[in-house]
Design a protein around this ligand. Sequence first.
Ligand code: DAT
Length: 174
Amino acid sequence: MARTLPNIILTGTPGVGKSTHAAELAEATGLSLLDVNDVIKNKECHDGFDDELQSWIVDEDKLMDEIEDDIKQGGKIIDWHVCDIFPERLIDLVVVLRTDNAVLYDRLKARNYNDKKIENNMDAEIMQVILDEARESYNENIVIELASNTVEDMESNVERISQWVQNWVKDNKD
Ligand code: DAT
C-alpha cells in the first residue's frame, strides 16, 4: 500500500540534535515520533548494556521486527544514530545533522559521557561516519546534510524539512 505521509530518518552522531529536531519537526508537521532508543529499552531489543561504551548492545533484527509495521504506515520521524538498517523502500528522506567539533564536545561533556564515549563520538563526527553510511545505504537524492550548531540552524532546518513534507504530500496525492 502506498504511503500517504513520508517517513523521515533524522540521524547523526549523538549530541548533534536529533531528538530536539525530531520534537520540533513533529510539532511543525504533525508527523509522529519514533524514538528508536525508547523502543530498544522498552521492548528489550538488546543483549544487555556495554559498560565500557555506555550503550546498549542492540539486537537489530528484533528492533526491526518491533518497528517495521509502524514504519510501513508512513508519517514517521525516525530518530536514531544508526541509519542503515531501515529498508530503503520505506524511507523517503534521510537528514544527517552535523555539528562543529567544539560545539559537539561541549554538548557531550554536558551529558556527562565518559572520556572514551566522548572520544568515540567526536571521532565519528570528524570522520563523518554516519553521513557516509547514509550515502551508502540510500539513493543520494534523498540524503541531506544539515548544520546543527545554533538554535537558528535548528529553526531553519525544521522549516526546510516541513516544507519538504508539504511538497511530498502534494506530489504523492492520487
Ligand atoms: P541527539 O538526539 O542527537 O543526541 P539532542 O537533541 O539530545 O541530540 O541534543 C543534545 C543537546 O544539544 C541538547 O541539550 C540540545 C542541544 N542542541 C542540539 N541541537 C542544537 C542546536 N542546533 N542549537 C542549540 N542547541 C542544540
